[in-house]
Design a protein around this ligand. Structure first.
Ligand code: NAP
Length: 568
């Protein structure tokens, strides 16, 4: 055993291309890549060169001698993936791009959305000569879910910001932040200043449960709590009732685990992070002792990933338990009996079984309790949430999918706070087609399917293209596909180049709209946050208030302007 991929694997596959001996899988050209929970190093063929360590943008790869106790299970997890000798494709090569042919003209592109999807797309585009990119976002700060979605106690995952900072420095890159496309400017306005538009707007809405009581005070989408914890301006002033002992989370994906962990963690362990000031203050007054995570299907269908579950189960400051039946479906039971089950899924189920065997210790550590086979029927309460009524399910296979079927039986769990963690959802973009079933824009290889084939082509990447799945680095391979389509379209003349004779988009937006944040201002805001954070022994204290960002911007834009000094 030499190097090991650990929990924070972002899946961008940089390590795959850096590895000289083809020992990291699945590679982007293998079928399991799109659904893999992480990448895995084959201990038998790793030659210990460390090339993958340097390539990984989030520090997820470690030498086995440097693993912490909590990371030790990842030795077995890496090994397990490679246990079955599988035919491996030849060494994955960095994708070879079709060369962009602009005939000496400049291709100008607007990318709407400054999150990982938008920035990976900018990176892919700026590998070509004669390209200028303006990344526009409705928020005055960039980096999307890395800034406002990744849990503050996962600083390793947030380390991908350093990669984003490098992309921002590429020649031809510009930011116009604080501009809402659709409100402040239209798609047509953009097209007067650029040759092509790529939408990387993510999935900013939440999926609804559609049960009575969903709108009662005390019932919130998890996305709103995530935004509040991370100082997202739209959720900064939200408030959550943390006065009761028990919180119920519906859904057991990684977002559910993130919020359960944050609610259960002693706030003093979070003081060094970039958690929002408001959330830290509220958590210090929290009385929450138990977080129940409820899933409608069984342990084999748990949406959280093995790396996250493994890390959570190793926390010694929390009690993590499974209560009740694991609802193992027949197919899974059979596959376990005859040894055909995927070893990683088997490991995940065994881990949940071991949590079910744990008896609750007689101490006052906060508890995270998993429950399976329960669907929300009603969020109960007269004027605010008092409990949640859950129907007990059986599992049936319908059209090859294990599905929850209600029985007559139901239970009620008392609580005053219900967090609905049942997935993010894309919102329609003005003038673009939208599939309400998936919350995505229909496309072919990133080209938006348009009713009028004569319309100028439009592109999508990230969650608005593929739906809310995958990890930060998944957006890299996704962006590669979209940019390959755009380059091909330019080369065959489907994207006429002519915008370079007009005013650049970023200067047009700065000239016509108040408070547009450019790269220099973003850098000043970041510095301001880090200085303010250092004074409070925190990685950064985020600026949430747009007026404060405007004040920083004003200082930066003054001739000879010096960075603003924070009043801590
Ligand atoms: P998710 O993984 O899709 O999980 C959604 C959960 O909601 C599932 O348990 C699902 O159950 C349940 N659900 C959906 N509709 C429901 C309904 N009507 N009633 C009851 N339960 C329902 O979504 P997520 O947790 O929001 O995560 C989104 C993406 O971000 C995922 O790809 C995730 O891995 C990623 N993410 C990653 C990290 C990380 O790597 N640390 C952190 C956060 C998020 P069914 O399976 O039965 O549908």
């Amino acid at each position: 055993m030499t190097h090991v991929v650990t929990r924070s694997c972002c899946g961008d596959a940089s390590c795959v291309y850096a590895c000289p001996v083809n020992c990291i899988h699945p590679t982007p050209d293998e079928p399991g890549f799109a659904t893999a929970e992480m990448l895995y190093i084959d201990p038998a063929s790793c030659v210990d060169c460390g090339a993958c360590v340097s390539a990984c943008p989030v520090g997820a790869i470690k030498h086995h001698t440097k693993l912490t106790d909590a990371e030790l299970p990842f030795v077995a997890i890496n090994e397990m993936f490679h246990a079955e000798p599988a035919p491996r494709p030849p060494q994955a090569r960095t994708p070879v791009y079709e060369r962009l042919r602009t005939g000496g003209a400049t291709l100008r592109v607007a990318i709407v959305g400054a999150g990982p999807a938008g920035l990976y797309a900018a990176d892919e585009l700026l590998r070509h000569d004669d390209v200028q990119v303006t990344v526009v976002d409705r928020l005055p700060t960039p980096h999307g879910l890395v800034r406002s979605g990744v849990a503050p106690d996962h600083p390793d995952t947030k380390a991908v910001s350093a990669l984003f900072a490098k992309i921002e420095e590429l020649p031809g890159f510009a930011y116009s932040l604080g501009v809402d496309v659709g409100t402040d400017v239209s798609h047509e306005d953009l097209l007067r200043h650029v040759d092509a538009v790529i939408y990387a707007t993510g999935a900013s809405d939440d999926t609804r449960l559609g049960v009575p009581g969903e709108e009662l005070p005390g019932s919130h989408p998890a996305t709103s709590l995530v935004g509040w914890i991370n100082g997202h301006p739209s959720h900064a002033d939200a408030s959550f009732d943390l006065s009761a002992e028990r919180v119920v989370i519906i859904g057991n994906g990684n977002v559910a685990l993130d919020i359960a962990r944050i609610l259960a963690t002693d706030p003093e362990r979070l003081t060094g992070t970039d958690i929002s000031d408001q959330a830290l203050r509220a958590l210090r007054g929290s009385r929450v002792r138990e977080i129940v995570i409820v899933a409608r299907r069984g342990a084999a269908q748990a949406a959280c990933t093995l790396p996250e579950l493994t890390s959570l189960s190793r926390r010694d400051d929390l009690t993590v338990l499974v209560e009740g039946d694991l609802h193992l479906d027949e197919g899974t039971q059979r596959a376990r009996r005859d040894g055909t089950i995927d070893p990683l899924l088997d490991h995940k189920i065994s881990l949940l079984e071991s949590l079910a065997d744990r008896s609750a210790p007689d101490d006052d550590r906060p508890r995270i309790v998993f429950r399976f086979g329960l669907s929300p029927w009603e969020i109960e309460g007269a004027r605010r949430v008092e409990g949640v009524r859950l129907g007990v399910n059986t599992l049936r296979v319908i059209d090859g999918r294990v599905t929850a079927e209600p029985t007559e039986e139901a239970i009620t769990i008392d609580t005053s706070l219900v967090l609905r963690s049942v997935g993010y959802r894309g919102v329609p973009l003005r003038d673009l087609p939208f599939d309400p079933a998936t919350g995505t824009v229909p496309h072919e290889d990133g080209r938006v399917r348009q009713s009028d084939p004569a319309s100028p082509p439009v592109y999508v990447t990230g969650w608005i293209k593929r739906g809310p799945s995958g990890y930060i680095g998944t957006n890299k391979t996704d962006a590669q596909e979209t940019i390959a389509s755009l380059v091909a379209d330019v080369n065959i003349g489907r994207v006429p180049l002519g915008s370079a004779t007009r005013e650049p988009l970023d200067s047009f937006l700065t000239r016509t709209l108040p408070g547009v944040v450019d790269l220099a201002t973003w850098r000043a805001v970041e510095r301001f946050e880090r200085v303010r954070g250092a004074a409070a022994r925190r990685s950064r204290r985020k600026v949430v208030d747009p007026e404060l960002i405007a004040a920083v911007a004003e200082r930066v834009s003054r001739p000879g302007g010096r960075p603003m000094r924070p009043q801590v």
